[in-house]
Unconditional design. Structure first.
Length: 277
């Protein structure tokens, strides 16, 4: 979802929806400045400053990655000294006065932003029961569409793409969130055999923040070529069919830009490997 934050009511919604990011932590802080050429002075002048803060947090049994983009920034402070870490959040504070939004990301004001308006983008997924077992590769997708994909659709789409797979239904475990609709493993069908080591775990969940759904694809075992191929093909098929946003690491990418972003990342890795050789 993509929500504008412009006034007091928007701030109240933000704090209620996120719980003030209580217990979360900041993973990324970025600042960008836009300059324009002023013909009168024949100089470049500052036109706008944007600060983006990415926060990971948990609320109501959901793990969320939020990107808060603050535009028209007039005051920005980030201060760490002698090993201090301002990335861990208790609960943020925010106010709207004189047409300005103010965000304190920690009580000491070590991360502080004043801006004209903000925008929240977020991807959520059911919180993992065992956080110690982080997957090697994970791709998350969230869509506002009410038309959810089915296991049958995914298998047919993979088969049509030249990568036939079999489906191994996952076992329902006690205490799992009711939002999970189905989950299991995709195994590439090679001849008469399916290779368990190349399995990609798939989970569909929803409704979430409205009528939409979310999907998580992850390689839980050894990250081999076969598993990567299944994950890459399945993610491409999903973004081509459904509108939404992708989450890779701490980066939220519009679904329409996912294919271009992935192509650039693959080219970057190829160039890096060539340099090493």
């Amino acid at each position: 979802m993509k929500i504008p934050i412009k006034n007091v009511e928007d701030l109240r919604w933000l704090m209620g929806h996120t719980g003030g990011f209580r217990g979360g932590y900041v993973t990324d802080v970025q600042m960008s400045k836009r300059r324009l050429f002023d013909e009168g002075s024949a100089r470049e002048v500052l036109a706008d400053t944007t600060v983006t803060v990415v926060v990971r947090y948990h609320i109501r049994q959901m793990a969320r990655v939020a990107k808060l983009t603050m535009m028209g920034v007039t005051d920005f402070s980030i201060f760490e000294q002698e090993g201090a870490d301002c990335s861990t959040l208790g609960v943020i504070q925010a106010e709207c006065t004189s047409g300005k939004l103010r965000f304190w990301f920690d009580p000491q004001g070590e991360l502080y932003v004043v801006c004209d308006e903000a925008q929240l983008e977020e991807v959520a997924m059911p919180a993992l029961e065992d956080r110690a077992r982080e997957p090697i590769a994970r791709w998350t997708f969230q869509s506002p569409m009410a038309d959810w994909p089915t296991v049958e659709w995914l298998l047919e789409a993979l088969d049509a793409a030249g990568l036939p797979c079999t489906w191994k239904k996952g076992r329902a475990s006690n205490g799992r969130q009711s939002v999970i609709q189905w989950e299991g493993k995709l195994l590439p069908a090679l001849g008469a055999d399916a290779i368990e080591q190349a399995a990609v775990h798939v989970m569909l969940y929803g409704p979430l923040d409205g009528p939409g759904f979310g999907m998580v694809l992850q390689v839980a075992g050894a990250q081999g070529q076969a598993a990567n191929r299944v994950l890459s093909c399945a993610s491409d098929l999903i973004v081509r069919r459904f509108s939404g946003r992708c989450l890779v690491g701490n980066t939220i990418i519009p679904g329409g830009e996912w294919l271009n972003w992935k192509s650039l990342e693959q080219q970057r890795w190829t160039n890096a490997e060539q340099v090493e050789e």
